[in-house]
Design a protein around this ligand. Structure first.
Ligand code: AMP
Ligand code: MG
Length: 484
């Protein structure tokens, strides 16, 4: 039986400045480490009859499937606020695969060697960081948050030199595209107006085809992308996710989470939480994410101005209106999301007050964000390690009254809350433990067991023991790293 690849490569029909043709670096001792059968099925791919050695060759890039035409994409971006030329320094899109339901996906290798955009980098990736991306992308999928997927991890059998020597690996990443805010910034800075229009038209036809007949496509694109990112950040904040490196080159036009290398999850509620070792000023801290999304959108908007209006002042004003609307729209969306977490069917002044009170209590006590919502719904199952106080009790009493008075009662609220409040999230200490054992010792038992737990985050029946407790002091010391 054939695997089912169905490549139809369109990105390389853009002018050649948008990409470079490259071949993956050959792997010396290819070995397939992980294969995502759930995602494979979604893509209409079947690897069950394939020979393991062939799969190892496939997923390290040693033997590309028919129809693959590997390219690396050019892009720029604002990193921590500063403009830089970037591009896929260690990634190669081998092609666009059409699934049986006619959805288009980039199939990308990450860690497959140097490209013309590598600058001083080696183009390689460590097994540790590719396993990390695999685990987190699966977790995000099951949490129902738009994100790139991970189809496979394969080891190259070659060392990767960082502070220490690591096993090298290639991740096969799947995304609805890798067009970034930074792709538009690259075109705006270095290419002609015709080429910029080419990218705009391509993006609209690939991601927002219903805008094709609109009389201001560029402005509508900006509105759509703003709406996608507003919803994405709200969803991240629903589960305590901190992307970690919200540079404009890591922001996808499709509104999926991508390039979340140093991401982590907030346990104790502290809006200033940031784990990334390179984020010294906590620019990308938990509660800064909406403001940064808006900042990034303003940069994206700047690249669209000539296509919004011939009159620069009018174009600027129209774009500014979209950017200014972000803040009130975000507030509204965020309160609605918090309302869902608290079982409210509508969010009026009493619900808003209740949400604000809870947030301020969580902030003061730095109580576990995930567990708090489970406890609110099921106070009878509160474990000893979950500390509450008089303020919480008063808040909870008012919440119960509100639910019974203005909503459909406790049972209905609990059902609604169960949809929005995960029981398990990727706890940083468990992620580290699983990754370290897998990458350093080749022992994948904790990794697979964590993957399995993370595949059922909203399980309705849970026991008090299921409430995860983070070892004291772990998060205070915790640091994550990008691009390792
Ligand atoms: P990231 O922080 O992973 O989004 O990467 C930022 C930029 O650095 C991108 O242009 C990457 O392609 C590039 N990059 C990261 N790691 C490497 C590496 N090992 N070799 C070459 N380029 C890299
Ligand atoms: Mg990146």
């Amino acid at each position: 039986m054939s695997i089912g690849w169905n490549f139809d490569n369109t990105y390389q029909k853009l002018s050649s400045d948008f990409y470079s043709r490259v071949e993956p670096m050959p792997a010396e001792k290819p070995k397939l480490t992980l294969l995502n059968t759930r995602l494979a099925k979604e893509l209409g791919l079947d690897f069950s009859d394939a020979d393991p050695a062939d799969l190892a060759s496939l997923f390290t890039g040693n033997r590309l499937p028919d129809g693959a035409q590997p390219i690396s994409q050019a892009y720029a971006g604002h990193q921590f606020g500063h403009f830089t030329m970037l591009g896929d320094g260690r990634a190669i899109v081998i092609g666009e695969h059409l699934s049986p339901d006619n959805k288009r996906f980039d199939i990308q290798f990450k860690g497959s060697g140097r490209t013309p955009y590598s600058r001083s980098g080696d183009g390689r990736a460590t097994l540790y960081s590719m396993l990390r991306e695999y685990l987190i992308s699966e977790a995000l999928y099951h949490l129902r948050i738009p994100a790139s997927g991970s189809l496979a991890v394969a080891e190259t059998g070659m060392p990767v030199y960082r502070e220490t020597v690591h096993p090298g690996a290639v991740l096969t990443r799947v995304a609805s595209s890798h067009i970034r805010f930074g792709t538009f910034e690259f075109a705006a800075r270095f290419l002609s107006l015709e080429q910029r229009l080419e990218l705009l038209n391509y993006t609209i036809s690939r991601h927002y085809p219903d805008l094709a007949d609109h009389d201001n496509q560029a402005l509508e694109l900006l509105k759509r992308v703003a709406e996608k990112h507003l919803n994405l950040v709200t969803e991240w904040m629903r589960v305590g996710f901190i992307h970690g490196v919200m540079n404009t080159d890591n922001m996808s036009i499709s509104g999926e989470s991508i390039d979340f290398g140093p991401c982590a999850f907030m346990n104790g509620f502290n809006p200033a939480t940031a784990f990334s070792s390179v984020d010294m000023n906590k620019r990308y801290a938990f509660s800064n994410q909406p403001g940064i999304a808006q900042w990034n959108l303003a940069i994206f908007a700047g690249t669209l101005l000539p296509f919004i209006d011939n009159d620069e002042e009018k174009a600027r004003q129209a774009a500014q209106d979209v950017i200014s609307a972000f803040e009130p729209r975000f507030r509204e969306t965020w309160y609605r999301m918090m309302g869902n977490k608290l079982g409210f069917q509508h969010v009026g002044p009493s619900e808003t007050e209740q949400i604000d009170r809870l947030i301020s209590w969580m902030e003061k006590t730095e109580v576990d964000y995930t567990n708090t919502f489970l406890i609110i719904a099921n106070c009878d199952r509160k474990p000893a390690h979950f500390k509450t106080d008089e303020e919480f009790d008063a808040c909870h009493k008012e919440w119960t009254e509100l639910i019974n008075r203005d909503h459909d009662g406790l049972e209905e609220a609990r059902k609604q809350m169960a949809e929005s409040n995960p029981i398990v999230i990727p706890r940083n200490h468990l992620v580290e433990e699983a990754l370290t054992e897998a990458s350093a010792d080749g022992n994948f038992s904790k990794f697979h067991s964590l993957l399995d737990t993370l595949s059922k985050p909203y399980q309705k029946e849970w026991k008090t023991e299921d409430l995860q407790q983070v070892p004291a002091g772990f998060d205070e010391e915790y640091k994550t790293y990008c691009g390792t």
